[in-house]
Design a protein around this ligand. Structure first.
Ligand code: PEP
Ligand code: MG
Length: 549
């Protein structure tokens, strides 16, 4: 038996035989063509066939998965229809008189190399799209049919990388799990695996020789067992059955209240990173969105988003959520999230550098556009705003002046908007220590325990060598959480937690005993946390302040 560790993108257990997908691994021969024009015609025909297939998959995904999940197919279609990608391929055929398959693979490699260094998820998804389209075009041109999934047995699908189109071409009933070397937890593939409730692991050093061997996928621990022994198989079969029962049970909690056994009501909200997460928020039965990470509209593009684009996205979220609160965090760019066009200088220690509210206060035009977009969208739902990385009173006062300016402008132009709540993310020790004063300026404080832990412990949250030592249960962290909650309540504010700690069910009782009013977690954690809340009896002295939204 061999054991591999990776990252799980959907939690679940799968046991079964491996099917290894050998695509994306074909060797492309280069040769000179007699007529470049004829080769371009051949390429265009392949493009037409690829487009037909993608349009079919788009319709299938729209019907079976939903609007958001089918967008990936739409973006591949537009990449093929109008993109500089196909122009680059045709240009190469024409200028170098090379065969189409070679021009496609070279263009693909050049583009993916350019983007490879970028950490941004949206760009990584774009790279996956380019790889997937290229593979489809090459197979058509070379006359090779795509893997035939028609009669597949239930299998664990293993590949270097997997694309959403491939998943849609498979019989999803027969998919036990996906395991791949490449990919990211927020890739389209991961999103689809969640939508289909199929366990999946990324970052596993896969090998074509595994074909037909038995394996176990543990999507809770992120472990892949190759050729497990009998005892482990038995153990995991039991866990699989329990897991299925638990998931069935959790589904029954979808429409239940977040209330403890002693009758204390808690607000359980969801954290989202893009509009694509909206569907899972609705399915999870969350009572609102406690953190909309607004970076998704600023990353993976060539220039600042326009106010109208921002507005449309916020309006969509507001309308989708209806009366339920949606807290939009203003742009938290900098540190690990960089947009080339912003031209933020490289920093030696970016986590301690120019990020969050600091960048927004420096680039007021950009900040105002976002605030105006949020205010305009507020007319369509129940929106609130919160500000990341605040460390001083002067920052929040400056923010309030800018907000007042924006509101004034809207009034003058008679643009409708609603009064909205404002909050501060408490994610630095400085903010904790002045929380009482900060709280007087706003309606709520929301603890960002991911950054707060990093800054309290002086441990980079992304440094893998600190794994096991970066500890958000550390007494210093818990003490600061308590201080923040008390400070918020003293000032008449509500207090929330939107860092990962809120989704840690081993901490639910502790956090509620501390008096937290709102917990905001990733959509898959909503039901497990709700289950936990409903089991808890709080001591009499805990006074949770009901949130007024
Ligand atoms: C946090 O720091 O806890 C937080 C919620 O913000 P992010 O993870 O986006 O930095
Ligand atoms: Mg943070």
């Amino acid at each position: 038996m061999k054991v591999f560790h990776g990252t799980a993108t959907y939690q679940g257990i799968a046991i079964g035989k491996i099917q290894y997908l050998r695509r994306n691994e074909q060797h492309i021969r280069q040769y000179t063509v007699e007529s470049a024009r004829r080769e371009i015609r051949r390429f265009r025909k392949a493009k037409e066939r690829a487009l037909e297939a993608l349009k079919f998959l788009y319709d299938k995904a729209s019907l079976e998965l939903g609007e958001e999940e089918s967008k990936v197919f739409k973006s591949q279609i537009s990449l093929l229809e109008a993109g500089s990608f196909t122009r680059a391929i045709e240009g190469m055929i024409l200028s170098e008189k090379v065969n189409a398959a070679y021009a496609i693979s070279t263009t693909r490699d050049e583009l993916t190399k350019t983007f490879a260094k970028m950490e941004d998820e949206i760009i990584r998804n774009r790279v996956m799209d380019i790889k997937d389209i290229s593979e489809r075009l090459i197979l058509i041109i070379e006359g090779i049919s795509r893997e035939d999934y028609a009669d597949m047995e239930p299998v664990i699908v293993v590949a270097n990388n997997l694309s959403p189109t491939e998943i849609m071409e498979m019989d999803q009933e027969k998919l036990l799990a996906f395991v791949s070397r490449e990919g990211s937890p927020v890739s389209h593939t991961a999103i689809i695996s969640k939508t289909l409730s199929i366990p999946s692991l990324i970052g596993i050093d896969v090998d074509p020789l595994w074909e037909d061997r038995m394996a176990i996928v543990d999507g809770y621990e992120g472990i892949f067992y190759l050729e497990p022994d009998e005892a482990l198989l038995k153990k995991y079969e039991r866990r699989r059955q329990e897991d299925l029962k638990e998931k069935e049970f959790l589904q029954k909690l979808r429409d239940k209240e977040d209330i403890t056994l002693d009758g204390t009501r808690v607000k359980l909200f969801a954290n989202i990173r893009s509009l694509e997460d909206l569907r899972s928020v609705q399915e999870s039965g969350a009572c609102g969105i406690g953190l909309l990470r607004s970076e998704f509209q600023y990353l993976g593009r060539e220039n600042y988003p326009r106010e109208i684009e921002l507005f449309r996205a916020y309006k969509k979220v507001a309308e989708t959520m209806g009366d339920k609160p949606v807290i939009i965090r203003t742009l938290d760019i900098g540190a690990d999230k960089k947009a080339e066009y912003m031209d933020l200088p490289d920093e030696e220690n970016p986590a301690m550098g120019n990020r969050g509210i600091r960048v927004c206060l420096e680039r007021k035009r950009m900040f105002k556009a976002q605030l105006r977009a949020i205010y305009r969208a507020s007319a369509y739902g129940n929106l609130a705003i919160m500000y990341p990385m605040v460390t001083s009173m002067s920052e929040i006062r400056e923010v309030k002046e800018i907000v007042a300016d924006v509101v004034d402008g809207l009034k003058k132009k008679e643009i409708p908007f609603k009064e909205i709540q404002h909050g501060i993310m408490v994610e630095t020790p400085a903010a904790v220590m002045i929380a009482e004063d900060l709280a007087k300026e706003v309606d709520f404080l929301s603890l960002g325990t991911n950054d707060l832990t990093q800054y309290i412990l002086a441990m980079d949250r992304k440094n893998p060598s600190l794994e096991g030592r970066y500890d958000d249960h550390h007494p210093a962290v818990l003490k600061m959480i308590q201080m923040t909650i008390d400070a918020a309540h003293k000032a008449g504010c509500w207090a929330g937690i939107c860092g990962e700690l809120a989704g840690d069910t081993s901490m639910t009782q502790t956090l509620l005993e501390m008096g937290v009013d709102v917990m905001s977690v990733v959509p898959p954690s909503i039901l497990p946390v709700r289950k936990q809340i409903r089991k808890i009896i709080l001591p009499n002295n805990v006074k949770s302040k009901p949130i007024e939204q």
